[in-house]
Write a protein that binds this ligand. Sequence first.
Ligand code: NDP
Length: 246
Amino acid sequence: MNNIANKVVVITGASSGLGEATALHLAKQGATLVLSARRKDRLDQLVDTIVTNGGQAIAFKADVTVQTEVQALIDTAMNTYGRIDVLVNNAGLMSIAPMSLTKTDEWDRMIDINIKGVLYGIAAALPVFQKQKSGHFINISSVAGIKVFSPGGTVYSGTKFAVKAISEGLRHEVGGDIRTTTICPGAIDSELKFGSSDEQSAETVKEFYKMAIPAESVARAIAYAIEQPKDVDINEIVLRPTQQDF
Ligand code: NDP
């Protein structure tokens, strides 16, 4: 048996892109999935696909910007399966625009989803992991969390730098029994590229994403981190399309 089979894995942002691809990949390896996002119809379809192929999954509607909903997600996973082995804090939004346009609504949304959403996931799952004396946080940052993606991606980069910093601090504080992995992907084909309201920036993003690689690339990286023996903590994985220089 591999080291993924029978693990209970909670994934936020599972209704499309990286989250969906990760759910399908881990289900094939025998993981039990708790899949969350706001678009419940998409989650239900994904659960149907997984179950039809012999896997195990449930869907739970939650907005990661609402702490009580994230807590309810973790509670539901615990009530259903009795433990959680992995939380993939994946839900995210990328709204690209020059700072001079001061799109403060989009700044707020990115901070709420990309940073506070991750923190709410940690707040809900950490007591569980500490009680179990085991657990694995997988937080999705970006290459934009290593280099500032500017002009346009400054605030998005700020949120992804924050994810990287929070992950590293978390690892340092709660390591021992609990593993923490930060994944920093480059351009991956998903719905993320449609998150910009500024037309010129949206066009630039569309061009840039012509080199994007499939979401399964990230799913395989996540599986690699999960499948390691429990005394091996893969702390960071950076992956890009071969063609990407940024
Ligand atoms: P998608 O847009 O395809 O997926 C984003 C997911 O997040 C969706 O499932 C969406 O579901 C969910 N989501 C958005 N807002 C909320 C919310 N408020 N509450 C709950 N769920 C929410 O993009 P990706 O799959 O590409 O993005 C996944 C992660 O990967 C993000 O954190 C992104 O920043 C990161 N990333 C992506 C890269 C790429 O090139 N694609 C590169 C580097 C990092 P719903 O709308 O149903 O709620």
